[in-house]
Design a protein around this ligand. Structure first.
Ligand SMILES: O=C(O)CCC(=O)C(=O)O
Length: 220
């Protein structure tokens, strides 16, 4: 098993100057998986702005193959997705800066924002976000910035029904509420993290998500 640098866990409410509420509000906190839900991490305008940037570019989401390391389409993930470039617009840059300040993480050790759209029926079956080091396909992903150590899911639209992020090992279900964000971290890239999670099927309405992954090293 690989040990890695623990993600600095936010234990206190920390001011974020540019947020109107001016505080980071933690509404839910779990020990295993190590997870928190942040209320109103993004404003409505910021959610809309990110969605508008992504809308023209959505394509069927892919998954990193455990054997080849290439991105491929699988039936286990039926959302649509795209990546925004880092600092693509002033809005993207502002949100990326907020994330790094909030969690005390260097921007260089993050991936670009991934945008997701789930229409009715779309889902992502249970999976881990870290790369399983026993799979041959993980080597190329790890080369780009070391292991993933944390995931921030920012919900940009509230679906009418379904779409929770579900952790089957603990039973934690996080509702996809517009503007809220879910942070979960995995100090070890194995079962100890209890970070297995799924995007439950959306049954009515549309869910939009922006994801930021945190890496051990500089991401290239
Ligand atoms: O949409 C969700 O709630 C989960 C997304 C997810 O698990 C992922 O992108 O890795």
């Amino acid at each position: 098993m690989t040990d890695q640098m623990p993600f600095p866990w936010p234990t206190t409410v920390k001011p974020i100057t540019e947020l109107s509420e001016s505080v980071l509000r933690i509404s839910t906190s779990m020990v295993l998986p190590k997870a928190i839900v942040l209320e109103k991490f993004l404003s409505d305008d910021e959610c809309e702005g990110l969605i508008q940037l992504a809308l023209p570019c959505f394509q069927r989401s892919e998954v990193i193959s455990t054997t080849t390391g290439n991105e491929e389409v699988y039936g286990s993930r039926t959302s649509e997705g795209m990546f925004l470039a880092k600092r693509q617009t002033p809005l993207v840059e502002k949100i990326e800066k907020r994330i790094c300040e909030a969690f005390n993480w260097q921007e260089e050790r993050t991936e670009a924002l991934q945008m997701l759209r789930y229409t009715p029926g779309a889902h992502y079956e249970a999976h881990h976000d870290y790369f399983n080091e026993s799979y041959p396909g993980s080597a190329s992903a790890i080369k780009r910035g070391g292991q993933r150590v944390g995931t921030l899911l920012m919900y940009l639209a509230t679906p009418e029904e379904g779409g929770e992020t579900f952790f089957p090992e603990s039973g934690l279900a996080v509702q996809a509420l517009k503007g809220n964000a879910l942070l979960f971290v995995y100090e070890y890239p194995d079962d100890r993290s209890k970070s297995l999670h799924a995007g439950s099927p959306v049954t009515k309405g549309v869910k939009f998500v922006a994801t930021k992954w945190f890496r051990q090293s500089v991401f290239v």
